[in-house]
Design a protein around this ligand. Structure first.
Ligand code: IPD
Ligand code: CA
Ligand code: CA
Ligand code: CA
Length: 267
């Protein structure tokens, strides 16, 4: 298949701008909020509308491309041959509902399972993070500089406080040692935001036991383009068709985190 990546990039940018404009202009309209797997797992009519918008536009422009999306409005995929757009229409839905900020549109475009372009749109700040594999990463028009080494004592790590309490995924005592060791800890409630913050060097690692492909598809491409590392909590590479634990970090601390502070308790 002959793929025109410039055309795809330009089209993705147009869709992201339109979607962001739509979300912003209706931010204070009443929304319908439903729950999914549990009462804190929220979804709104906006999540669904934005995903549907992408699906319809992409299918019309590129009928042979696929879309994998969180809200099930896209294709039902069990393989990754061809060009696959992986979309989280709103990453950080709880933030969207409660805070009206700190949520992202996350879009990764893959060809035969290989990440080609990652876009993370901070809707409220009008900031588009973008990377094209092998060709650099940008925040709007500014090229982002590759990551510099850090030491753990001066690092900031993102981890949800829930994982510092006894749980079935992570050894919480080891993780507590990490939180004591580093300079600071944060939790933003949007995986895409936390990943792109690692890419920017605003934080140095993000540790989480369970993400879906649409949560990490774009972030992985951006972080790797800047020299960061993205694996599971067991140091495996990530598949874009499977849920996984995720450790995304500055390369200089990745091994130390895995060896001394992270014990993933699941198979
Ligand atoms: C969620 C957010 C959250 C992470 C969850 C994700 P959603 O995505 O990224 O930070 O901890 O695992 O499911 O549902 O808001 O798109
Ligand atoms: Ca969700
Ligand atoms: Ca998400
Ligand atoms: Ca979402």
């Amino acid at each position: 298949m002959n793929v025109d990546w410039k055309e795809i990039e330009q089209f993705a940018r147009i869709l992201l701008q339109e979607a962001a404009k739509n979300i912003k202009s209706s931010l204070y309209d009443s929304i319908t909020i439903n729950t999914k797997s549990n009462e804190n797992d929220l979804v709104t009519n906006k999540d669904e509308e934005i995903e549907k918008f992408f699906y319809e536009k992409i299918k019309k422009k590129f009928p042979n491309h696929y879309l994998l999306g969180e809200e099930g409005k896209g294709d039902d995929l069990d393989q990754v041959t061809g060009v696959v757009w992986i979309l989280d229409p709103i990453d950080g839905t709880m933030n969207f509902v409660h805070q009206k900020r700190n949520f992202m549109i996350s879009l990764g475009i893959y060809e035969n399972g290989i990440g080609k372009m990652g876009f993370i749109m901070d809707v409220i700040h009008n900031e588009l993070y973008f990377a094209k594999k092998g060709e650099g990463a940008y925040l709007n028009d500014l090229e982002i500089t590759p990551l510099k080494n850090v030491v753990l004592e001066e690092a900031i790590v993102a981890v949800n406080a829930i994982w510092l309490t006894k749980n079935r995924y992570l050894n919480h005592e080891k993780l507590s040692n990490l939180v004591r060791k580093v300079r600071g800890s944060r939790s933003y409630g949007s995986a895409a935001m936390e990943m792109v913050y690692v890419a920017m060097g605003r934080i140095d690692a993000y540790i989480t036991p369970r993400l879906s492909p649409w949560d990490f598809a774009a972030g992985k491409i951006i972080v790797e383009e800047l020299g960061g590392i993205c694996t599971s909590l067991k140091n495996e590479s990530l598949s874009i068709l499977k849920k996984s634990s995720v450790l995304i970090s500055n390369a200089s601390i990745h091994e130390e985190l895995l060896t001394d502070y992270i014990e993933f308790l699941q198979k």
